[in-house]
Design a binder for this molecule. Structure first.
Ligand code: PLP
Length: 374
């Protein structure tokens, strides 16, 4: 039986999500069709939207379904830039944003944007830097809710306060893909954002469905043009089954799940602390479900391969950066080269058990004893 601790990369769909998905598949009508099969599909889609909006803490009409968190991030970055580029050319983003925010921002440079990266040493926003940067007219600021590699939870409210205090007209996008349902007080925090991105497969939904929260006072140009679905913001026939599974997964992810992850995290941390030469890369505020460690003496890839051979799955950092030679997020956090080279990310979910956690730690100990070089 596989032991899966790569839950920051993706999660196993829950039974509830799969049941909702299957139900959605049978609602074969196109939600835009005027006949009754279409109406039935439309009702189910709007019920999923309403339920999800409740979990996000926004109005139903502020939530748009997309095909992924990546798409939601791209559309927010491009859309908000269009709304404010005449006000200021500056785009602020943290140095540890996900590529689905970083890359669209980089493309804006072709349109005259000046990118300014906010440092996040130790997983903490440099607020003095933000306050100083906002003195220059700024179109857009992107700060994620929780980091996918270190689990750091950033102070979204402080960002909003800084924007307000500076009198800046900057719009604020928050990538909430990892923090949604998991970061303490996430609903309150998200009230501070103008747009936010979500993804179902990080919370035991299915892949291929995400959502964009867009405040109703904002009217950016559409990112995907076509038949005018999702009030013209995001054309394309909606993924009804995916949306229903997303809503079901979010409904299931409550206090019990959060508490279970917290307890498992504590257990794993306690066991790791008893081992020599293990650094826990712990931001002051972090998600319980993401634990970054540096297992000194063994390269990340070697440890991963050893574990994988035993059917135990974790990751070196993020699934997205695994092909890259250098990890910029861990460098931004402040890890030295050797700590980065031995970094591992443990992604914990409520589906994991204490027995699995013990199997993981035992396997890490064995891997280092067998292949460790230092
Ligand atoms: N943002 C963050 C912080 C993520 O961790 C991910 C996925 O790894 C994404 C965005 C992209 O989401 P999706 O896989 O739905 O495109």
């Amino acid at each position: 039986m596989a032991v899966y601790f790569d839950n920051a990369a993706t999660t196993i769909p829950s039974e509830g999500a799969v049941a909702a998905f299957n139900k959605g598949l049978l609602l074969y009508g196109n939600p835009s069709s005027p006949h009754s099969a279409g109406a039935e599909a439309r009702r189910a889609l709007e019920a999923a939207r309403k339920s999800l909006a409740l979990q996000v803490g926004c109005k139903s009409e502020e939530l748009y379904f997309t095909a992924s968190g990546t798409e939601a991030n791209n559309s927010a970055v491009y859309g908000l830039w269009e709304l404010r580029k005449r006000y200021g050319k500056r785009v602020l983003l943290t140095d540890s944003e996900h590529p689905s925010v970083k890359e669209p921002c980089r493309r804006l440079e072709k349109d005259g944007a000046e990118l300014v990266y906010v440092p996040t040493p130790g997983g903490k926003l440099d607020m003095d830097f933000i306050k100083e940067a906002l003195k220059t007219p700024t179109a857009l600021i992107c700060v994620m809710l929780a980091n996918n590699e270190t689990g750091a939870v950033y102070d979204i409210k402080a960002v909003r306060d800084a924007i307000t205090k500076s009198g800046s007209r900057a719009l604020f996008h928050c990538d909430a893909v990892q923090g949604f349902m998991k970061a303490e007080g996430y609903k309150q925090l998200l009230r501070n954002a103008d747009t936010a991105a979500f993804s179902a497969h990080k919370i035991h939904g299915v892949r291929g469905i995400g959502a964009l929260m867009l405040r109703s006072n904002l009217h950016p140009p559409a990112f995907i043009l076509g038949g005018g679905q999702e009030k013209g913001i995001r054309s394309g026939t909606e993924n009804l089954a995916g949306a229903m599974a997303f809503a079901a997964a979010a409904e299931e992810y409550g206090k019990a799940q959060t508490e279970k992850v917290k307890a498992l995290r504590e257990h794993i941390e306690n066991r790791l602390r008893a081992l020599p030469d293990v650094d826990l890369n712990l931001p002051e505020k972090h998600l319980s479900g993401i634990l970054s460690i540096s297992l000194r003496g063994i390269k990340s890839e070697t440890a991963l391969n050893c574990l994988s051979a035993e059917g135990i799955y974790i990751s070196a950092s993020s699934a997205c950066s695994s092909g890259q030679a250098e990890n910029s997020v861990l460098a931004a956090y402040g890890l030295d080269k050797s700590a980065r080279e031995s970094a591992l990310r443990i992604g914990i979910s409520p589906m994991n058990t204490v027995e699995e956690a013990d199997a993981l730690i035992d396997a890490l100990v064995r891997a280092r004893a067998r292949y460790g070089r230092i």
